[in-house]
Design a binder for this molecule. Sequence first.
Ligand code: ATP
Ligand code: MG
Ligand code: MG
Length: 382
Amino acid sequence: MTSIGILGGGQLARMMALAGAPLGLRFLVLDSVADACAGQFAPMVVGDYTDEAALAEFASRIDIATFDFENVPAQSAQWLTDRVPVFPNPRALALTQDRLAEKTLFRELGIPVPEFADVADRAALTAAVKTIGVPCILKTRRLGYDGKGQFRLRDDRPETLDAAWAALGAQADRTGLILEAFVPFEAEASVVAVRGRDGEFRAWPLTRNWHVDGVLSASLAPAMFPADIETLAVAHARTLAEALDYVGVFALELFVRDGKLMANEIAPRVHNSGHWTIEGAETSQFQNHLRAILGLPLGSTRMVGHASMLNWIGALPDAKPVLAEAGGHWHDYGKESRAGRKVGHATLREDSAQALADALQRVGVAMRREEQVAPVIEALKR
Ligand code: ATP
Ligand code: MG
Ligand code: MG
């Protein structure tokens, strides 16, 4: 029986383990906290990603390794690669861990990106704001997620630059910093795609995403954008996957502005914007990730109808309004409530855009989540 090791034991690892069960797969999770939510479904090795003893025990009990967490130190990924097959490869992981390297690659591959500059110190921040202009965003190059490690500059007054530096300057040595132009986008989208060990590439329908305070709030698939945008977005994802010799599922996050695309970042793993694929697509992102890394035939990424995913942040609401829907599906990650934490999600799937808008309306009212569903309903009606 094949045993898959997952570095990181969050909800992504948990959903991977659930998706792998029908394939007869076994899982082992490595996480630094003993109550990681994937541990409810898979045995665990508790230890830090840099702890060689923990890594050695982990490696000795698995046939192949993958990630639920993209910020595993590159040295740890390399250490594992010397012992077991690891997908995606450590080079792809290292590159996508660093926003500067990632954006440089986008540019080299001809994929449009917002203007950006490396910010090594306070003087470099002044220079970068001058070149890029405002509004702009200062971000840590590494270790950011869910909008953490970001500071938005609305103007270029010295006080504003000082505030940005006060917020993130202390991290400059550890994580590096990057300044990016703020994109006044009309929409955000993501391509969730998979590439097999033999190079076969498949993408799910383009997904539209809404963020609140830098955290994903809702997704809609298909995104309902013009076909040429979707074709181009998928072409960019494929170009990247081939350049990185990527194996497994990844997401390419994009901004849409004036009918054009700009790349934001790559997540080198299954992605929150692909959770709707569990019930909304022929094959889920989780199952296809496992098939890809194992060298099995990839499943179809076709979807039927329209799906929307709603994230539950902080605490889980009452599930009943979602469960009462014919196309309603509930996911409780088994986590304790905590402000800003992703604790679950729901997916609604319907055959038509109108039926999905109606279902979202009912759920939004019953759960008092009108604000969360409103932009999705608006997009469906356009
Ligand atoms: P994730 O959880 O997706 O990994 P992250 O912490 O890596 O998030 P980003 O994806 O860079 O952060 O930013 C989070 C959100 O903040 C984006 O989805 C977008 O809504 C907004 N944002 C980030 N960069 C920009 C930008 N340059 N212009 C406009 N909005 C931006
Ligand atoms: Mg990110
Ligand atoms: Mg992001």
